[in-house]
Ligand binder design. Structure first.
Ligand code: 6R9
Length: 568
């Protein structure tokens, strides 16, 4: 039996053989098995108080939300988005949306108005669940530009033109029959960034839960009795696949902390909550390392069975630090928005290979390839000699099934039965995969993917900016830092005041997590003869690296740099 079929045997399917639904497997199944009293979610407040939500309560509340959606005329295939921090309403809305047969799209609450608008429009979002504060600042001013958005549910206040969460829930029954859900019914949209154009909405189906179940068991060893802490924000794929779905499917208790990162508090959570399994990210690990070993050594982590990491390269030093200071090495895992679940990992029961992403899981066939064929042809691949692009043989249950409204972009990442990941890797003779870099210009900052175009298009909205290019520069803590290069319009003085003004404008439109940290004024930007900005060359020049193949560079636009200072 394949690992996927084995995972299917551990799931129930909808009663009456009506298909498979993620929320049923995550919540109702446990109640049906007599485990409704188990704690599903433990919300921590910044003051340290905890609020527990049991599986049964989550089942009833998500039934209410599904009924509420039904009353709003929302059902099968409609998209429901959340723009919320890690509050109970987010988890109720997520499960209720899936029970209603609607499609869940969680948005990162720290996004500024522009990324939110783009995603709501592109996702054809019909219902948004958010707070009054978020609504006033990010939605109300542009609601007219969002014709698909039929209803906004506010969890805290009632404002004109919105529905009140409290009223919707109070009026709704806590009984709900999940409609028949085919394994191929759409369940989730996760927005991710590419090098070109607007963000891509990767679409996932209910069958993905088979991969959540299998990987949560094999890689994270999650089960009933575990206190699991996934530190990723639910606005990103890790925060949904492993921050919401997988621990519930496995019947574990998730610790959910909505506070800001603070080393001392994080250590206290690990200790006070008796966390057994911890899934975090290299940026956080590096920040803990920076805070010093002495602080860590003041706490004990005796309950911690497994520490794992995802999202960016995890260096051997961080793995060793985990072992020395926490008593557990970090197990690196690799996956993507498009893969929906972990594909490559340092497995829990085998020695860690420090610095390597891991080995492909059972059921996953990985290859190292090069793309070949001309730009007009369908992509083809051939095996790479040593290093190349990571490709995955099509067929795992959580594979994305499309990019919203972008069939061409979807087709372009498949060749000869493989999905092409856009990551460059090396496989050693023992089968370990080592991350080398991205094949494209996408930036990974603090574990979050940032598309350069999305940032550039906001910079271009500034009245003084003529051209903009955005790249990621290595940063010791966040992995990559977003840096922008800008040319100004004729007759405008590229001075410090303007630099600050552009930075501030970018921050308010994009949110601080996505906006550039630094801007340099250039007299011109390097471009290809067809007029495309060569970000690769900007990066090489900034870092003093070899400039590579310049045959397409348009020499008529020489690059000169004016002074730039970094803001910190
Ligand atoms: C889950 C997630 C995916 C990209 C991926 C790669 C980078 C993820 C990594 C890693 C080195 C690891 N990435 N895990 N790089 N080592 N263990 O992060 O999804 O936001 O879509 O990002 O992140 O470049 O292609 P997503």
């Amino acid at each position: 039996m394949s690992v996927w079929d084995l995972a299917r045997t551990r799931l129930d399917g909808l009663p009456g053989g009506e298909g498979r639904n993620i929320a049923f497997e995550a919540v109702d199944r446990h109640v049906a098995h007599g485990n409704g009293d188990r704690i599903a979610l433990r919300f921590l407040s910044s003051e340290g108080a905890a609020r527990d939500v049991r599986y049964r309560t989550l089942a009833l509340d998500s039934n209410r939300f599904a009924n509420g959606l039904d009353a709003l005329g929302v059902g099968s295939g409609d998209v429901v988005a959340t723009l919320l921090g890690r509050v109970p309403e987010l988890y109720i809305a997520a499960m209720g949306t899936l029970k209603a047969g609607a499609v869940l799209c969680t948005l990162f609450a720290a996004f500024g108005p522009e990324p939110v608008r783009v995603r709501l429009a592109k996702g054809h979002v019909k219902v948004l669940v958010t707070t009054a504060r978020q609504y006033r600042r990010k939605i109300e001013p542009l609601r007219r530009e969002l014709p698909d958005l039929k209803a906004v549910i506010l969890i805290d206040e009632a404002l004109p033109g919105t529905c009140s969460w409290q009223r919707l829930m109070a009026a709704a029954s806590d009984r709900w029959r999940i409609p028949a859900t085919s394994p191929d019914s759409l369940a989730l949209i996760h927005f991710t960034s590419g090098t070109t154009g607007t963000p891509k909405g990767a679409v996932h189906v209910h069958e993905a839960v088979v991969a959540h179940e299998a990987t949560a068991a094999a890689v994270l060893t999650l089960g009933p009795g575990d206190l699991f802490w996934c530190t990723a924000d639910p606005g990103w794929v890790t925060g949904v696949s492993y921050g919401i779905i997988a621990p519930l499917v496995r019947g574990a208790t998730s610790v959910i902390d909505d506070g800001v990162f603070e080393p001392e508090r994080w250590y206290r959570i690990l200790h006070d909550q008796s966390v057994t399994i911890w899934y975090t990210a290299p940026t956080a690990i590096r920040m803990l390392m920076k805070a010093g070993d002495a602080l860590a050594r003041r706490h004990d982590f005796r309950t911690l069975r497994l520490a794992a990491s995802v999202g960016e390269p995890l260096d051997a030093g961080a793995v060793a630090w985990g072992e020395a200071v926490l008593g557990r090495p970090f197990h690196d895992t690799w996956w993507q928005t498009e893969t929906g679940a972990i594909m490559i990992a340092n497995l829990p029961d085998a020695p860690v290979c420090p610095g390597a992403m891991g080995r492909p899981l059972a059921g996953i066939e990985a290859a190292v390839v090069e793309r070949c064929g001309g730009p007009e042809e369908a992509p083809r691949i051939e095996p790479a000699a040593e290093a190349g692009e990571l490709a995955l043989k099509v067929g795992w249950p959580s594979m994305f099934r499309g990019y919203v409204d972008d069939e061409a972009r979807y087709r372009a990442v498949f060749a000869d039965g493989y999905y092409l990941t856009g990551d460059r890797v090396r496989r050693d003779e023992d089968g370990w995969y080592w991350f080398l870099g991205r094949a494209d210009d996408v930036i990974k900052s603090a574990g979050r993917l940032i598309g350069p175009i999305e940032v550039e298009s906001v910079l271009l909205q500034h009245p003084a900016v003529a051209e903009a290019a955005v790249i990621g520069l290595p940063d010791p803590t966040v992995g990559e830092m977003v840096k922008a290069y800008v040319t100004v319009k004729d007759g405008i003085a590229a001075d410090e005041a303007l630099r600050r003004d552009i930075l501030a404008a970018a921050r308010s439109r994009l949110g601080a997590a996505t906006a550039p940290r630094d801007i340099a004024f250039h007299a011109a930007l390097p471009k290809t003869r067809s007029g495309k900005i060569m970000r690769r060359l900007l990066r090489a020049r900034e870092l003093g690296l070899p400039e590579g193949d310049l045959s397409t560079l348009d020499e008529s636009t020489p690059v000169t740099t004016s002074d730039s200072t970094t803001e910190d």
